[in-house]
Write a new protein. Structure first.
Length: 191
């Protein structure tokens, strides 16, 4: 029952944030929501309704999967952190003293915290690849793919895209397919 409440709360929050960030909800509620969302994540705040909606549906459909939900929340947080940093860096890393408008038009305070220390430590050009790696890692955490499985999965995907055609060139017969005429002749000559 408690999980249902959390799921519904996330859906309501998604609707309220979407009403302000996507459709410009006026009034005090709209102003407060925009100050929180845009002030925190800047332009990345436009994604928050989708994130809240996704988590709300997940919690309602799978209330027993708290470990999976927590893992996905960590992966999402890492991805949003990195994405905010990338947006902020691409906007020239505006600083809080420059004003809220500049921060909201970039990556918000999270974007500033993600990009400013990196730019100071390794330069703006080094900031991008580091944040892209964090973004990819967040996606891997979300999808529950350990780093040690990335290369084998990429190889498997590559082989699937190639359709296993490389096996026939070596003369290996796939039982699910009949051999090509050339392969059949070469096999017959070897016997």
């Amino acid at each position: 029952m408690r999980r249902d409440g959390i799921g519904l709360l996330l859906l309501v929050a998604a609707a309220i944030v979407a009403a302000r960030e996507w459709w410009g909800l006026p009034g005090t509620v709209g102003t407060v929501v925009h100050a929180i969302v845009a002030g925190t994540l800047g332009q990345v705040g436009y994604l928050i309704p989708l994130v809240l909606l996704g988590f709300g549906i997940h919690v309602l459909r799978h209330p027993e999967e708290s470990a999976r939900t927590e893992r996905r929340a960590i992966g999402t947080a890492l991805a949003l952190f990195a994405l905010s940093g990338l947006v902020h860096a691409s906007a020239g890393i505006p600083e809080p003293p420059d004003g809220a408008i500049g921060m909201r038009a970039a990556g918000g305070i999270i974007g500033y915290l993600a990009s400013s220390p990196l730019a100071a430590a390794v330069s703006i050009h080094g900031t991008y690849p580091i944040l892209i790696l964090v973004l990819v890692y967040g996606g891997l955490v979300f999808a529950d793919i350990p780093l040690r499985e990335v290369v084998p999965r990429l190889r498997g995907a590559h082989a699937a895209l190639r359709g296993g055609g490389h096996r026939h060139r070596r003369g290996i017969h796939d039982p699910g397919r009949s051999p090509s005429p050339g392969t059949a002749r070469r096999t017959a000559r070897r016997r």
